[in-house]
Every structure is written in C-alpha cells, then in structure tokens.
Ligand binder design. Sequence first.
Ligand SMILES: *[C@@H]1O[C@H](CO)[C@@H](O)[C@H](O)[C@H]1NC(C)=O
Ligand SMILES: *[C@@H]1O[C@H](CO)[C@@H](O)[C@H](O)[C@H]1NC(C)=O
Ligand SMILES: *[C@@H]1O[C@H](CO)[C@@H](O)[C@H](O)[C@H]1NC(C)=O
Ligand SMILES: *[C@@H]1O[C@H](CO)[C@@H](O)[C@H](O)[C@H]1NC(C)=O
Ligand SMILES: *[C@@H]1O[C@H](CO)[C@@H](O)[C@H](O)[C@H]1NC(C)=O
Ligand SMILES: *[C@@H]1O[C@H](CO)[C@@H](O)[C@H](O)[C@H]1NC(C)=O
Length: 622
Amino acid sequence: MLGPSILLAAAVFAPELLATPIARSSYAVKETHYVPRRWTQKGRAPKNQMLALQIGVKQGDFNELERHLYEVSDPSHSRYGQHLSHEEVNALVAPDDEALDLVHEWLLSSGVKNFVYSPSKDWINIRISVDEAEKLLATEYSIYIHEDGTEMARTTKWSLPSHLHKHIDTVQPTTSFMRTRGHSSFVNPKPLNLSEIYQPPGYVPPTDPVIAAACSINGTTPTCFKTLYKTVGYEQKSCGENQIGFNNFLNEVPIRPDAKIFLDKYAPSASKGAYEYKFVSIDGGPQQDNGSSPTQLAKGTNKEANLDVQTILGMTYPMPVTAFTTGGQPPQIPDVAAGDPPGNEPYLVWVNYILAQKALPQVISTSYGDDEQTVPIEYAKRVCASFAQLGARGISLLFSSGDGGAGNAAGQNAEECISNDGKNTTKFLPSFPAGCPFVTTVGATQGFQPEVAAYRPAKSLGPDGTLHGYYASGSGFSEYFSRPKYQEDAVNSYLHKVGDLHKGLFNPAGRGYPDLSAQGLYFQFVWNSTNSVISGTSASSPLMASILALVNDALIASGKPALGFLNPWLYKKGYKGFTDILDGGNGGCNTTGFPVTKDWDAVTGWGTPIFPEIVKLAGAKI
Ligand SMILES: *[C@@H]1O[C@H](CO)[C@@H](O)[C@H](O)[C@H]1NC(C)=O
Ligand SMILES: *[C@@H]1O[C@H](CO)[C@@H](O)[C@H](O)[C@H]1NC(C)=O
Ligand SMILES: *[C@@H]1O[C@H](CO)[C@@H](O)[C@H](O)[C@H]1NC(C)=O
Ligand SMILES: *[C@@H]1O[C@H](CO)[C@@H](O)[C@H](O)[C@H]1NC(C)=O
Ligand SMILES: *[C@@H]1O[C@H](CO)[C@@H](O)[C@H](O)[C@H]1NC(C)=O
Ligand SMILES: *[C@@H]1O[C@H](CO)[C@@H](O)[C@H](O)[C@H]1NC(C)=O
C-alpha cells in the first residue's frame, strides 16, 4: 500500500530520480508462439524450478555491423579480408545507454540483483526460479513433453512493460522449442554382410582407376575424400596458428579410443590426433578421455560426436582441433530436487560463450539444428545476428542442411510437413540455423563419378546388411530471413528454372540453402570400438569445414587473412572452385523436392570442393 507520505518521501529523498525520470508502463504481450507439433502441455512448471534466462537487449548498431561484415567479406571491396577485432565488433553492437538503464532499472525493481553481461552487454543472463520469471514476464510456464519423452519448461506467450518493448528483442527460454538435433542417420553396428549391399539407384562405379581404388560406395574414408577433393599431398604450413573446431550438444562427447581405432585403420599418419584434440566445456558440457560408458552405449550417445571428430582428424591432422561441448540440455525427466534446469537453452548458451571469446578457431562446424518453426522469429534473428558478429571477425561457420530433403531437419516424419501457424497449413519445413544468411550451409552428395545429391529411399538395405531409413540432403528457403544480396542472381536464376513447381509450399523470397555440398552417405566410422557406417549432412559439414580449414592454412602461409564469412566470396567468385552437381534429387513432404540443376540449386548449392582451385581463387599458393 503506497500512502501519500511515502510518495512524498521518495520525491524529497531521491531527487536524482526526478532528474532522469524513468518511464513506468504497464505490461503488454511481447511475443506469442504456437506449440510445435509433437509437443503436449503436461501441467504447470514447478514454481521452484530454476531457469537460466537470457535477455537479448537491442543491439546499438547492427546495420553498421552488417555493413562492415559485407565489406570485409566481399572480394571486390578494398577492405576484403580486413576482419574486425573482438573489441570493434563489441563496440558496434553494444546497446544504447538508455536501453541498458531501462532494462537494468526494470530488473532491479523486480528484485533481480545478480546479472551477468556479455562483453558487449547485449545479452544479460540471470538465474531465477519459475515463480520469479512468471512475475518478471507476466507469464505462466508449463512443462511440455515431446513424443520422444523430452520435457522442457516453456510458455507460449510472455510480456514486458510497454516501454521496454523496443529495447529487448528476446528473452529465452520462453517460447523457443528448438532442440539441437543431430543431422545424421545412424546405423546399429553389425558385422558387414557384403552379399546384399544396397547400391543407390543409378549408381555408376568410378571410371578413374585412382578414384575407384580410393572410394567405395560400401563405405567412404578419408583417403576417398582426399582423392576426390584433391588434398592428397598437401603439407600444412600454418599449424598452431590455423585451427578448426566443432560443436557438440545433447551430451555428445567425441571418444578418443574410438578415434584411435578409426585413424589406425583409415588414416594411420593421424593416429596421434586421437589423444591431442582439445575439449572446451561450456555450461558443464561433458569431457572424457576413456571409452563410452555403459549408459552412453545403451543410449547410443556419441555417434554424432565420433563421426565429426573422426572426419576432421582424418582430413586435417596435425591441425589443432577443438571440441566444444555445451551442457544444460533439458534432461528427459527434469530433476527438480537437484535444481537441474530443464529450462536451459543450450544453443544460446553456446552462442553467448563463443561471442565472449577473444581467440577462436577460424572454422567451426555444427551438425545440429532443428526446424525453423520451433523457434520464435526474434530468437532466430538474434542468434543469426550473433553469427554475423563472428563472421565480421573472420570466422567461417558451417552448418549441415538437415536430413529430411524439403521436409524436416532431422529426417524423421519427413513426409509430414505441417506449418506451425495455428492453421496446420501444408508447407515445406526449412531448417534453422541452416537458413540464417550469415552462415555457410552444407548439403550432402553420394557416388563419385559423378557425385549426385544424397538421397536414400526408406527401407534401403545398407552396406552393413541392415535396413536404413529415408534420408535426403536438406534444402529449402527460410520463412524468417529474406534472400541476402549475395545470392540474389544465383537464386533468381534457379527460381526461374523451377517455375511454378511446389508454388505455395515454400517462400521464394527467402534465403535459399545449402550453399555447398560434400559427401554424406555411408561414412566409415567407429563407435563402441566397432567399425560401421553412418550417413547424414552431419558428415558433410565437418568434411567441408576440414577442406576450408586447409585452404585457410594455405592463405595464412601466403600471408593472407583466413576466408572468414564465405558466402559473398563464394557467390561472386569462389563457386568456380567447386564441382557443379547436376544429378539426383531430394524429395521430402511427399513431393519430388527441389530439382538439382546446373549452377546453384537448392539441393547441392554450388557443389563439392576442388581444393587446389579454391586455394587459387582465394589468392594463396599451394
Ligand atoms: C548375409 O546375407 C545372406 C544373404 O541374405 C544371408 O544368408 C546371411 O545369413 C547373412 N549373414 C550375416 C552374417 O548376416
Ligand atoms: C561393394 O559391395 C558389393 C557387394 O558385396 C561388391 O560387389 C562391390 O565390389 C563392393 N564395392 C566396392 C567398391 O568395394
Ligand atoms: C571414464 O572417465 C570418467 C571421468 O574421467 C569416469 O567417471 C568413468 O568412470 C570412466 N569410465 C570408465 C569405464 O573407465
Ligand atoms: C558394444 O560392443 C560390445 C562388444 O562387441 C557388444 O557386446 C555390445 O552389444 C555393444 N553395445 C552396443 C550398444 O552396441
Ligand atoms: C493442427 O494439428 C494438431 C495436431 O494434430 C491438432 O491438435 C490441431 O487441432 C490442429 N489445428 C487445426 C487448426 O486444425
Ligand atoms: C504425406 O503422406 C502422409 C501419409 O499418406 C500424410 O499423412 C501427409 O499429410 C502427406 N504430407 C503432405 C505434405 O502431403
């Protein structure tokens, strides 16, 4: 109860507050988001459950950052390659003082005292209970459960005082249902039964005896990739300075003894690499040096991580490799008593961590994503803006394009394509972050001479004698991000060829992906000390990242800056260093999917790498 004397006292004893009056306003809804399919509400979230809330304060001058990014990434600009420093990027995106003051005042007056800022202060992180968060955001958190048993505390609607709407872009976890799903289709290791191998329809064995000797459709190896993409014999000269990294979520951790077995067999000169890669653990992400535990084996964990590390080491040893592992994954069943927050949002945790680092590998590969519609648009924009910040600093970010063709990111239920718009409209489902214009998205190919778009019908018999599910290189057009200038000509020309095909099922004005592609069917890999095969654009992204990291080695050795944000260079000039993929298709959503065409197409992008050509086009010497 506020009596007149208290108001008077405030006026008398706090005159500085009157000098800079803080606007008070009532709460209004800031964001609503539909619950994605396959999630059901299970009841209210426990009041005492802790949430790690991340508040995205509006950045000071993102447009200016974007201008810098495009200038330093455009090969015809005089500033090409003059990447910005960490400090320069932070200064550009730092929020206005007014925005920070108002947000600060709101948090303090709401009883929130401990906050942690990102280096540019555009993110504020707080740890509060569900009860406190519900008051702060005038919302109600519920526990939502996915068909596969995952539970998360989320809401479909949250509010802010009106005067803060223009100063805060996003607060998460609230409405984001994104899960960091791996883009690979797994196989249970079984002894190879070579009498009943599935051969992709139309597969033609290579005619070049060198490729035929190196590459087998029954299982691809580093020797095959090095031969196909022409890195054989390249000696690294910038080791130490030049580095590569990759991301791990979902409690995945790359297993050293498995990598050792793989390398001994397929790339013996890189064997030592199995015990040399470095872990960077973020928010309690796992690190381990021994084999998978019985629990990990029972759950099938670490296949994705093993695929990534084995591919990268096989291609890039002795280049230093960093495995980022991010914890805070919502557990299957939240342990409220242990204070383990199913309210975490690991993707944002990773982005925040990485933005705060001064030194980072020049190339970072990520094989995890989700359907774009599982995240609210403001969240997607802020995460994508963060990728622009890293690009401006000269970091190349590679993401796999998804495994469901024009359907969903993980390839599961890829035929059921229903929009999360409250009306269940039938639509192709683009993937995130694949559709962010500031990353380079990698699709998959199969076969060798020629390479064609990766496509495997459901119930295909694999080289291991087991049945494998539907898998098709992920592709499409973002519903959230409009087409960036750098791909205007390439995509327009493609859309012209496509004509009215699938009209209404995708957004022709959106950012089209993938940008590039690389092998992605039946990679040899080791898990549980056992050799098997695994497929997915999850394989293509670390493979492409490895080739680009080798290009960076040549650039650095020639005294030039690293490739950085690749796309403006790629679409203007670099595409000439890639083999155009002309055949195959992808399907998805009960359709034929997007057609593969000459030049850029929305299934294989510009195609697969020819290392010596890329090095030349980038202006370095082999
Ligand atoms: C391999 O396939 C053949 C033919 O289908 C079958 O007879 C044989 O039992 C299989 N072997 C193993 C080890 O699965
Ligand atoms: C792949 O397996 C099939 C079936 O055993 C075999 O005929 C073929 O020679 C193998 N291909 C290669 C390149 O090893
Ligand atoms: C592997 O290492 C972890 C941590 O170092 C330990 O907790 C675990 O018991 C070890 N597992 C085996 C099978 O040695
Ligand atoms: C792991 O390998 C062991 C030994 O080959 C095998 O007995 C076990 O079934 C495998 N576990 C899984 C989950 O594949
Ligand atoms: C959309 O589909 C979901 C799941 O099948 C269903 O619960 C919902 O009622 C549908 N909405 C409309 C508007 O048809
Ligand atoms: C594809 O077919 C399945 C099964 O017939 C159906 O449930 C689904 O709605 C169809 N999807 C589209 C996009 O037509």
